[in-house]
Design a protein around this ligand. Structure first.
Ligand code: X6L
Ligand code: MG
Ligand code: MG
Length: 157
């Protein structure tokens, strides 16, 4: 069993329901055990800024799925919750990202772990820090990374 962290975000429709439905779909997989769920955070959009604020959470799981199987299941959740890809970095009903998978690293066009540039994003690092105070990301203590983040609006619900 490997400990992994998933980042989940939504900014279309009933965002709270989409997040809760995605977590329910994680619980429905026999090879996934949901361990911890962060608070929900309202976060300003990053990347493509002309869109609504997001609701973001981070979830800790233990899983018997291999990294690519876990990615496939995350994509399946996105398909089931009717994610449409229209604008790059644009609005979505649900986004489920594999942030970390044990100590595994991968730099491949389909799956990069740790998730690309996650350490620069308050909407990932602040919820992650809430539930994983002692981890390192890319060899650096999470506290050091979080203390360096600035200028991104994020409100804990
Ligand atoms: C320059 C160029 C600076 C690109 C930043 C940042 C691109 C983040 C994409 C970037 C850049 C992303 C969410 C979001 C997105 C989310 C919030 C992405 C992918 N997803 N904003 N923007 N929450 N608050 O889940 O992360 S698009
Ligand atoms: Mg994402
Ligand atoms: Mg994604």
């Amino acid at each position: 069993m490997t400990r992994a962290y998933l980042g989940i975000g939504s900014n279309i429709g009933d965002t709270k329901k989409h997040i809760e439905d995605s977590i329910e779909m994680l619980r429905n997989n026999k090879k996934i055990e949901v361990i911890k769920i962060s608070s929900k955070y309202e976060t300003e959009p990053i990347g493509y800024t002309d869109q609504d604020w997001f609701l973001n959470v981070v979830v800790e799981i233990k899983t018997e799925l291999e990294p690519y199987e876990l990615l496939k299941y995350c994509n399946y959740i996105e398909d089931e919750l009717k994610r449409k890809r229209i604008i790059r970095w644009g609005p979505r009903t649900i986004d489920v990202d594999v942030l970390l998978y044990g100590d595994y690293t991968s730099d491949d066009e389909k799956l990069t772990i740790p998730h690309p540039r996650m350490t620069e994003r308050a909407f990932v690092m602040i919820p992650l820090y809430e539930i994983a105070k002692d981890i390192k990301v890319n060899g650096e203590d999470i506290k050091t990374i979080v203390d360096r983040l600035e200028d991104q609006e994020i409100k804990k619900l």
